[in-house]
Design a protein around this ligand. Structure first.
Ligand SMILES: [Zn+2]
Length: 311
């Protein structure tokens, strides 16, 4: 919307509509406000961010936009943005500035850096056999996956910002059978772009190394986020945003977050990007998720002012 055209002059506002909760959660835990805090699935991550994006768009539509403003409300951030990633990257490439309205930090800070993440599924195949009569004929996929998990967890190096965590395991058939199959869900996080390749090579070595004779393993990437790495342009954008907040009487700090978000895709194509500019809340992805209702208007005002003053 608005006037103004040409590459890299417009502003991109981003937000995701999906939440992490199972179907029916909203009926069990409907939206409510108690003592200035709103509750309900996705109230801060990130329905409130979509609300401020919509209000900023409505205000510019009514009063005239200072530049082209595009908003993307996508549907699959929580599972790795499989369908929206290409669209985010294409729009971000054209943008002078990208604001992602993920929730603001409980202290009012926004997010200037995020880890990257790769989500993977490891499937191990063995061979079933009776655990009492002919154990030696079997190939235990569970033993194979267990040994791999120990090696995978050893890749964690928190000082470098690298973590490798198996969050889900499954496998086996019955208690008295050598397990013919097993699987593990693996989450790799990293801060530096270059650490992805090193860590993935180490993971692939572990997957290839056979501990139980005859067991085979296959690794599949099921989702991925790029890290949000602060560039000179994104640092300027943060300073600009913080100055606008300051003029509205708000103190805003820039923080690093371990969680991944679509802002990483925008930053990875070179767009000046800041994240966490949504209203303030906490305990996302839990039944205690809350939104500070009083933060909605000031965050919308700060976003609008930051767009208006952008040069
Ligand atoms: Zn989110």
């Amino acid at each position: 919307m608005g006037e103004g055209a040409g590459a890299n002059t417009g502003v991109l506002l981003m937000g995701h509509r999906d939440t992490v909760y199972p179907r029916g959660e909203a009926a069990c835990r409907p939206f409510r406000v108690v003592d200035g805090r709103a509750y309900g699935p996705g109230c801060c991550d990130m329905k409130a961010g979509l609300v401020i994006n919509a209000f900023v768009l409505a205000a510019f539509k009514q009063l005239g936009a200072p530049r082209r403003v595009t908003a993307l409300f996508t549907a699959d951030e929580e599972i790795g943005s499989l369908s929206s990633r290409a669209l985010i990257e294409a729009e971000a490439k054209q943008a002078r500035a990208v604001f992602n309205a993920e929730p603001g930090r409980p202290n009012g800070g926004i997010v200037t850096g995020r880890k990257g993440g790769v989500f993977m599924k490891l499937a191990v195949t063995g061979k079933a056999a009776h655990a009492g009569n002919n154990l030696a004929d079997g190939i235990s996929a569970i033993e194979e996956v267990a040994r791999k998990i120990i090696a995978l967890h050893a890749l964690t190096d928190l000082e470098r910002g690298i973590s490798c965590n198996v969050g889900v395991v499954g496998g086996g058939q019955t208690v008295n059978t050598v397990a013919p199959s097993a699987n593990a869900g693996l989450d790799l996080r990293f801060v530096r772009v270059e650490d992805r390749a090193t860590a993935m090579a180490a993971i692939e070595r572990i997957v290839a190394q056979q501990h139980v004779r005859g067991a085979t393993a296959k690794l599949e990437i099921t989702g991925e986020f790029k890290p949000l790495v602060a560039s000179a342009d994104s640092k300027h954008l943060f300073e600009h945003y913080a100055a606008c907040a300051c003029d509205l009487g708000l103190a805003v700090t820039g923080e690093f977050a371990g969680g991944c978000a679509d802002s990483g895709f925008a930053a990875s194509v070179g767009a000046a990007t800041i994240c966490g500019v949504g209203p303030i809340g906490g305990r996302a992805h839990s039944p205690d998720e809350y939104l500070d209702v009083a933060s909605i208007v000031p965050r919308a005002q700060t976003l609008a002012l930051a767009i208006m003053r952008l040069n």
